[in-house]
Design a protein around this ligand. Sequence first.
Ligand code: IMP
Length: 430
Amino acid sequence: MNNQNNSLSAAGKLTTVLGLNWGDEGKGKLVDILAGKMQFVARFGGGANAGHTIVVDGQKVILHQLPSGVLHPQTKNVIGNGCVVHLPTLIEEIDELAKIGVKLTDRLFISDRATILFDFHKELDGLSESKLGDKKIGTTKRGIGPAYSDRVNRRSLRMGDLSNSENFAAKLRARLEEVNSISEMPVKFDIENEITMYRDLAERLDGMIVDTSAILQNALADGKTVLAEGAQGSLLDLDFGSFPFVTSSTTTAGNIFSGLGVAPQNLESIGVVKAYSTRVGAGPFPTELENATGEKLREVGAEFGATTGRPRRCGWCDLVATRFAAKLNGTTAINITKLDVLNQFDEIQICTKYLLDGEEINSPPAVIEDFARVEPVFETLPGWNSDTSAVQKISELPENAQKYIQFVEKYLGVPVKWVGVGVERSAMAS
Ligand code: IMP
């Protein structure tokens, strides 16, 4: 590369936005606001299991595979080596954006080291879930676990493999022959068709599959700003989440460096937490409300999955789990989202401790059976029963809403800098 900067010290700024709970914290809105000011937005992990909803002029845009910077014409976007890429989804999103006038030429870069996620991974995901029966994880069935398994098993195909048509065909053929030989597989893949389809799709990405690690290293050495966009949530992290009810990638801050190929460096780490909690899929959720209050949160908050449409499980905000995640991520500032969903409650509860066998514990236990039986201890705060959607400054929110925010700040020891107060892109108090 001609414009390579060989300096080892990063003059630029690396910022991240990470969900502190089980995903769906509403990261998209802040990412969208920050993306307009960043030179790069990069995804470092996950794949099309993510669903980032952004409302632009009343029109909903849902991105699964693409980074959220795509809506800002001056921002460059990177899909890092830590990601798994489903080409049909990627191309579909590129085409959808083209329809609303968004062009990605010269501003979308996909790592040549990123793992390709094929349709057979989706089938394997479905098969594995159906075998688990009532112990199933409740995955998004986007093939995430099988694609990452192939990577760990060192037999996945990577985006760079698409540059050599023959090698690509040979590798995919060998893997598909194996897949087709699995007796319980509900579909048998037409191998030559699959090869042709992926080769054709790859042609659409001409010039986009590159060494993104070098691009980002150069950008940071040159003093540019990079936003590492989190996907899923910290409590779905492969190691630190509620294992095995987790996703198959590292969703916490550590993976920013390995998932993008940049050196560990100073990180502005913004943590996003909803004013209440939600979870999709199976697994422990201590503050879950399986009653009319949970129902009200789901209805008012429109809590249905952006990727699968599944109703999300709802409950009160869990500060124990949130603090655990904030510590893992080195969170330096908080964005509370969807505060407006709590606008019509007389009282609001917030979880500050767990009890396990009557003993107080201050973080989620590693053993899933223990996590499943912790009892949450709540504090009750007064509601504010008023509309917040037009408020632009946190200091102008109703007094009880400010008290709620201060409670969160004090517990986490981190300032709350943004508060989501309504659905519109602009409805964010700071
Ligand atoms: P997978 O990532 O599809 O394997 O799903 C594993 C778990 O993570 C399931 O409980 C999913 O519901 C959950 N999950 C994966 N991606 C997201 C997301 O973007 N938001 C919320 N939950 C997610």
